[in-house]
Design a protein. Structure first.
Length: 528
């Protein structure tokens, strides 16, 4: 039996996480000065409301003074920090995994546990691959109408499309099909080339993000009510990285549950035979795993199955090992043979360390970190340096700007400052194109003057190189610049989508607070 105390902790974590995202992700740097009208003395003397730890507002609070577009964010900002530390997530995961320890070999039991524990707020993804029918069958036995997100990469074999239709009919699936509407296969190839042929981690990662990860997240975000859990059919025997995965993890702001984790290939075959589940058409042609047509092939005699994907260069498909949840390296693996992200990225979880690319004019990638004060303004020195950057005309050379919020130790900039041992702001992280290609770490630059001289020297070197190689090289560099611009556009588009999603969450948060205060304040709707 699960303790009431743990259930409340898990429930509180989920509620707090939703509120945190709606209040912090929308406008992380805007802390409207109008909020200063809230009486701090009232915050100290009045009791908290219910188990959400809400701060009661002074009767003198006048939210009418807050601009309309910020009122929802202002309401969300009245939520105090969690009643337990934000890093309590590891202990929650440990307890969840302890509770499923005795049933990990029973996928159906894991599925029932998940549905009960998370009140049915469960969704799943599928690739309609060789073994996909097993989890689809198990999941629909427990939750017949479970939302199933299928990402159409645009490169799937025709047999996979046929198989998807067959399983949809046989299992009566509640299927949600998503693809990258902005980056069609043709556009991606025109701008970035055939990324699946790339030997670099960056190319493989970009392919996975564009063709798989972004459409999957879009599909999950479209489900109402939004799922708290994503089911996945990963199994420990499939890759070295997956061998160390727990049954229950946390990825991209959702719990991730792997009911089939302990099933072997033989177990999968027996299950499909037992329930007479249809096989993927490519099974009869020697395929033991299948993804996109260009990166899958039949397995050879005595060959490892995952070597049939991406020419054996990459084991993961782009959905299951990401910047936010690095998988522990298997002890038997040699570091040089395994694909891993930067140490700084693994320890901080800051995406920009992986996605910020070298600028074509300087062959240097630059990340700038600014300090955000309690009132939402930047520190004086940050403003001074920003002015110099703009007047010196090098703003375009700054690939990414992060923020160290003095009120939030988990803000990107705060995490980076702690990792790199920086105590002042602003500061810069730089990496040359050559270092980027080799997967080397970022270097810290504390002085703007030092940064400017470094970039000006780098620009001169790039220009000299272009002059030496002639017109053909100029054309090549132009293509690099265009490619870099398109990559930046991808990031901007993603941020715009995230902002739109966050605005929706803030609206939901506002409605929650209005309802919460309705019985305690006759004009609650006017407060927000």
């Amino acid at each position: 039996m699960v303790s009431t105390r743990f259930s409340s902790r898990l429930g509180l974590f989920l509620k707090a996480e939703a509120l945190r995202q709606s209040s912090q992700n929308v406008l992380p740097r805007i802390r409207s000065r109008q909020l200063s009208t809230i009486s701090k003395s009232d915050e100290r003397t009045k009791p908290s409301l219910s188990n959400l730890n809400l701060r009661p507002m002074s009767s003198s609070t006048n939210f009418a003074t807050v601009p309309k577009q910020y009122q929802a964010a202002a309401a969300a900002a009245t939520v105090s920090p969690l009643s337990f530390p934000a890093d309590d997530l590891p202990s929650i995961l440990t307890e969840l995994n302890d509770r499923v320890h005795d049933i990990v070999t029973d996928p159906l039991a894991v599925m029932r546990f998940t549905v009960e524990e998370f009140e049915g707020r469960v969704a799943m993804s599928t690739s309609f691959g060789i073994q996909s029918a097993v989890l689809l069958h198990i999941a629909t036995q427990v939750l017949p109408d479970i939302p199933v997100v299928w990402v159409d990469t645009g490169y799937l074999p025709k047999e996979t499309y046929e198989y998807a239709e067959q399983l949809k009919e046989v299992l009566n699936l509640n299927l949600i099909v998503k693809s990258n509407q902005e980056w069609s296969p043709a556009r991606m190839e025109a701008i970035h080339g055939k990324l699946w042929e790339s030997d670099t981690v960056e190319g493989h990662t970009l392919y996975g993000r564009m063709r798989k990860a972004e459409p999957l997240n879009e599909g999950l975000d479209s489900i109402r009510p939004n799922p708290k859990v994503l089911l996945s059919g990963l199994r420990a025997s499939q890759t070295k990285a997956r061998a160390n995965m727990p049954v229950i993890g946390y990825q991209n702001s959702r719990f991730k549950v792997l009911p089939l984790l302990k099933m072997t290939d033989e177990d999968v075959e027996k299950y499909m035979d037992m329930y007479d589940l249809p096989a993927h058409p490519l099974t009869s042609k020697g395929y033991v795993t299948v993804g996109d047509w260009h990166s899958s092939r039949p397995v050879g005699e005595g060959e490892d199955a995952r070597n049939t994907r991406f020419g054996g260069k990459f084991e993961e498909c782009g959905l299951h090992v990401d910047e936010h949840e690095p998988v522990k390296q298997a002890e038997e693996e040699k570091p040089e043979d395994n694909i891993h992200q930067l140490e700084s990225s693994k320890k901080t979880g800051v995406d920009a360390l992986e996605t910020t690319m070298a600028h074509a004019e300087t062959d240097t990638a630059v990340i700038m970190i600014k300090k955000v004060m309690e009132d939402g303004s930047y520190c004086r020195k940050c403003n001074d340096v920003q002015g110099k950057i703009e007047s010196d005309g090098i703003a375009d050379w700054i690939g990414y700007t992060g923020y160290a919020d003095v009120t939030d130790a988990q803000s990107e900039g705060a995490r980076l400052a702690k990792h790199f041992g920086i105590g002042t702001a602003p500061f810069f992280l730089v990496r040359s194109l050559e270092e980027q290609k080799k997967g080397e770490e970022w270097k810290v630059v504390r002085s703007y003057l030092q940064l400017r001289k470094m970039l000006e020297k780098a620009e001169a070197t790039v220009e000299e190189s272009r002059d030496n190689v002639g017109e053909s090289k100029d054309s090549e560099e132009m293509l690099k610049a265009q490619k870099h611009l398109e990559e930046l556009k991808i990031h901007v588009d993603r941020l715009e989508r995230e902002l739109k999603q966050a605005q929706t969450k803030v609206s939901e948060t506002k409605q929650f607070f209005v309802k919460k205060f309705q019985g305690q304040h006759p004009e609650a709707d006017k407060l927000f």
